[in-house]
Design a protein around this ligand. Structure first.
Ligand code: FCB
Length: 452
């Protein structure tokens, strides 16, 4: 039995009125890509290639959310949350990535969104959480400039159908992962390790973001944002080389994307390395990339310690272990980094844009008592409260994730869920963190005086 006596030290009432609490998931990680006429994506083929994912696991079945979504949405509502952040699979609604839509796929998301509304949950949609249709990967995927146009057409199709009921939308989840992690480090689909591919993806992913925002504004839709991931880059030691390494890592990971989206400019130190590999005429795209947004989403998990690696070509970086306790991902638990980025984004936007933590959470294999998750969330929500106290316009916080799910190259081993999933039976069991959250989310009874 879960230990349901452990609780959070905060309550909903400790946050400003109207603050949004939610849980986040993504399509490929939970739905079951083999159902409902979805086309193959580059994650299916990446996982089918030896050595890319743990035990060659893929998201063909995942949590079978495709069939079990009503019970899953009940779990979001019953935790007392206000909102649900989900993603739409491009390969499900357009199996070839372009051309004929899959009516079954669109109907699925139609029912899902109605299901959220019926439960009083605000739908927060992400249009791309990494499952590029394989047919588009054949054409060069994120390396091909045309991807921005394909993505714009897909955006138009989806939002013409769902846009009237979506509360908030972001085109792309975590452009750093789409571009750098997948085309330079090779850890995610399509598994490339090539600087030219990476430079093109770094630009095209933001161009696709810009085109999608343009399309959605054209449809009259509002509450549009960008969801970026941030890692707190710290020097591994006090040397000038390590300082420089941390600064460059911050440039590639953090400043490139906020630079493009918020300032219409890429950082000079990163352009020093990527410039020769960038697509011709990229400078002309910056106005489209940096269109006005209504909110900024920050996905935050950890910090990194950086040192120079003089043996290696640009960027010449090496990661070093740090002193803080780590999660099952080996990621240091560093809530200070969340406060750092919340403050930094506030300063960068002069406090004029609402900021939302769109993902935060940890992998912990502990069974249902789940103390590590409670402690991690408590610490990061503490940083969030401090940021609010310091004047950051923080409007919401989403926990990654509702369910244990397919953690990409790590397969099903890394458990990020508030709810345990038995991957043999697919049975869901709320963990102690879910129970604790439910208690913290309870609304204070309205006093007779307030009611008057
Ligand atoms: C984020 C991703 C999400 C999940 C978490 C752990 O980078 O958006 O899909 O993998 O990390």
């Amino acid at each position: 039995m879960p230990d349901t006596t452990t609780g959070f030290g905060f309550r909903r009432a400790d946050f400003p009125q109207g603050f949004t609490f939610g849980a986040a998931t993504s399509a490929y990680q939970i739905e079951g890509a083999r159902f409902g006429g979805a086309g193959p994506s580059h994650w299916d083929t990446f996982a089918a290639t030896p050595g890319n994912t743990v035990r060659a696991e893929d998201g063909r079945l995942a949590c079978d959310h495709y069939h079990r979504w009503p019970a899953d949405l009940d779990l979001v509502r019953d935790a007392g949350l206000d909102a649900y952040r989900f993603s739409i699979s491009w390969a499900r609604v357009m199996p070839e990535g372009r051309g004929t839509p899959n009516a079954e796929g669109l109907d699925f998301y139609d029912r899902l969104v109605d299901g959220m509304l019926a439960r009083g949950l605000a739908p927060w949609a992400t249009l791309y959480h990494w499952e590029l249709p394989a047919a588009l990967a054949d054409l060069g995927g994120w390396r091909n400039r045309d991807v921005a146009g394909w993505f714009a057409d897909y955006t138009a199709l989806v939002m013409a159908r769902l846009g009237d009921r979506i509360h908030a939308t972001a085109p792309v989840n975590e452009p750093w992962c789409v571009a750098w992690l997948s085309h330079f480090l090779g850890h995610h689909a399509p598994g490339l390790r090539d600087i030219r591919a990476a430079a093109r993806a770094m630009h095209h992913v933001l161009l696709a973001h810009g085109r999608a925002i343009e399309v959605m504004r054209g449809l009259g839709l509002g509450n549009l944002g960008a969801v970026m991931n941030f890692e707190y880059a710290l020097p591994a030691d006090e040397s000038a080389e390590s300082e420089h390494a941390a600064r460059l890592y911050d440039g590639i990971y953090n400043r490139w994307f906020v630079g493009g989206v918020l300032e219409r400019a890429y950082p000079e130190d990163v352009l020093e390395g990527l410039g020769p590999h960038m697509p011709d005429g990229w400078q002309d795209d910056m106005a489209l990339i940096g269109q006005d947004l209504d909110w900024i989403g920050i996905n935050y998990y950890t910090c990194k310690r950086l040192a120079a690696n003089p043996e290696s070509p640009w960027p010449g970086l090496r990661e070093a272990p740090g002193p803080l306790p780590t999660t099952d991902m080996g990621w240091e638990i560093c809530p200070d980094g969340l406060l750092h980025f919340l403050t930094r984004l506030k300063d960068l936007t002069s406090g004029r844009l609402p900021i939302v933590v769109t993902e935060n959470g940890l992998a912990a294999a502990t069974p249902l008592e789940d103390r590590e998750r409670i402690a991690y969330l408590e610490a990061h929500l503490g940083a969030a409260r401090q940021a609010i106290a310091e004047g950051v316009p923080l409007a919401g916080y989403f926990i990654w994730s509702l369910l244990d799910n397919y953690e990409w190259a790590f397969g099903y081993e890394k458990r990020f869920g508030l709810v345990h999933v038995d991957f043999e039976t697919l049975e869901r069991t709320p963990k102690a963190s879910w129970h604790a959250l439910r208690r913290a989310m309870e609304r204070e009874p309205v006093t007779a005086q307030e009611a008057r």
